[in-house]
Design a protein around this ligand. Structure first.
Ligand code: SF4
Length: 462
């Protein structure tokens, strides 16, 4: 897709510079639209025709669509670049986890609750699973309907995917839950029936083929009924799973960006079949974890997994969190003074930078060891310790500034600072600028609790 310029967008705006959209000028608004920081609907002066033209012009090559409604809604797709640094990636791929209609009812309930309750905090953000996928293995519409009923009852805000090739079974699932579930898989054999069901129920439809080119006729047929499609080019299992699967996904993304209309939809990846292909459940979860993590990088828009093992899900969710941060935004926390635990006048004072990951690692390691201390966070513009030392942001003056702004000198009776091990080079500079005694801490924040204890710094009485 040719790079859209702010001028292309500006030409379609009213040019009234009225400020009603929150921008001082229409050109500022046009720039925000190109950067996807605003939506055309934010300009109340646009007439219907111009609004429609703008929406068309700004539509990303990978269609953005929703699965579910209300609290159960997730958004997928919407990307327009191959590489994150070219703009940003949008809409982190939701992770669905499967339950099966041949499981005992209490097993379905238990696994759904695990999916619902799974959460882990990382870098100040809670990472969660997004959906439950109910798979028919019995082919029995009644059993399937009951499985869907349990999965919906035992979840609160999970999106739902209905997985069966049999249109009758799919209908039974839709009778129980019709809040825009994802219907999958539409194949050569059933695409017409499932596309009609998707159109009638206003549901997104996942197409499945064995290879990229085999998707084209499926897309053409499904488009006669619905345009809310997702593309599964066939996950490869076995020794070459990662390379073969991600190559297919990259081919689709590239074609979408080059405006090959049939591929302008989000992609769907299933790793759950590993649960049946591998005898050893640990090995199955490990393979799912590798494959799903790789597909988060290249270019899955939704993942359907079987495992609920935290060790297998964490790499996937962590990868997703990293890749789907906006590279145009510095990842930083507010500089200043942070209380860790219940510090007092004899508690140690540690220094770190305001790079989000650095701050949360240091604070998390201290908190989990029940250390009471003061954490001085200096403004390095969101850079990590080693980078900011090299770049001249981590300096004695920067530390002095945060000491003065936070009145830490009124809060503690001692004058001892612990700086990160990676900032050892600026020890003298910090001492000269602040007049405090400076101790060099550890290279890794996980070693800080032991270091503070060993050096007798848990209580500093001078
Ligand atoms: S509301 Fe519309 S007309 Fe007014 S400044 Fe914004 S873009 Fe221009």
């Amino acid at each position: 897709m040719a790079q859209l310029s702010a001028m292309d967008v500006y030409n379609l705006l009213p040019k009234a510079n009225c400020g009603a959209c929150g921008c001082k000028t229409c050109m500022e608004f046009a720039t925000k639209l190109v950067n996807r920081e605003a939506k055309p609907e934010d300009c109340p002066k646009l007439d219907d025709e111009s609004l429609e033209k703008l929406q068309e012009l700004l539509a990303p090559p990978v269609k953005e669509l929703t699965i579910g409604e209300g609290d159960r809604e997730v958004t997928v797709g919407g990307d327009e670049v191959m590489f994150r640094h070219e703009l940003s990636f949008f809409n982190p791929p939701p992770v669905f986890v499967t339950v099966y209609d041949d499981m005992e009812e209490d097993e379905i309930a238990g696994k759904t609750e695990e999916i619902q309750e799974f959460q882990v905090e990382r870098v100040g953000e809670v990472l969660k699973l997004d959906g439950v996928a109910v798979v028919s293995r019995t082919g029995d519409p009644e059993k399937y309907a009951r499985a869907v009923e349990i999965a919906v009852e035992r979840s609160e805000d999970l999106a739902v995917a209905l997985i069966t090739t049999d249109p009758k079974v799919m209908e039974a699932g839709l009778d129980v839950f019709d809040e825009r579930p994802l219907l999958y898989p539409a194949t050569e054999e059933n695409v017409e029936d499932l596309a009609k069901l998707a159109a009638d129920g206003d549901c997104p439809l996942g197409l499945h083929a064995r290879d990229v080119e085999d998707l084209v006729p499926l897309v053409v047929e499904a488009q006669q009924y619905t345009d809310d499609l997702l593309l599964d080019p066939g996950t490869e299992f076995g020794p070459h799973d990662v390379v073969s699967t991600t190559d297919k996904l990259a081919e689709i993304r590239k074609a979408a960006i080059e405006e090959f209309e049939s591929f302008g939809y989000p992609t769907l990846v299933t790793t759950f079949p590993y649960a049946f292909l591998e005898d050893d459940p640990v090995k199955a979860a490990r393979r799912e974890s590798y494959l799903a993590s790789a597909c988060v990088l290249r270019y899955a828009d939704i993942l359907i997994m079987d495992t609920v093992e935290p060790w297998a899900l964490l790499p996937v969710l962590t990868q997703r969190q990293c890749v789907y941060t906006d590279p145009r935004e510095p990842q930083e926390v507010e500089p200043g003074l942070y209380r860790i635990g219940d510090p007092d006048e004899n508690s140690p004072v540690l220094v770190t930078t305001n790079f989000t990951l650095t701050y949360h690692c240091v604070a998390g390691d201290l908190e989990s060891a029940d250390i009471d201390c003061w954490l001085l966070v200096i403004d390095t513009g969101g850079l990590a310790v080693d980078v900011s030392v090299a770049g001249g942001q981590f300096t004695g003056e920067a530390v002095k500034e945060v000491i003065e702004e936070t009145d830490i000198e009124d809060k503690v009776e001692h004058r001892v600072l612990v700086i990160p091990g990676k900032a050892a080079a600026v020890k003298g500079d910090v001492e000269d600028a602040t007049g405090w005694d400076v101790m060099i801490g550890t290279q890794d924040s996980s070693e800080l609790p032991e270091f503070l204890e060993k050096e007798g710094l848990l209580r500093i009485e001078e």
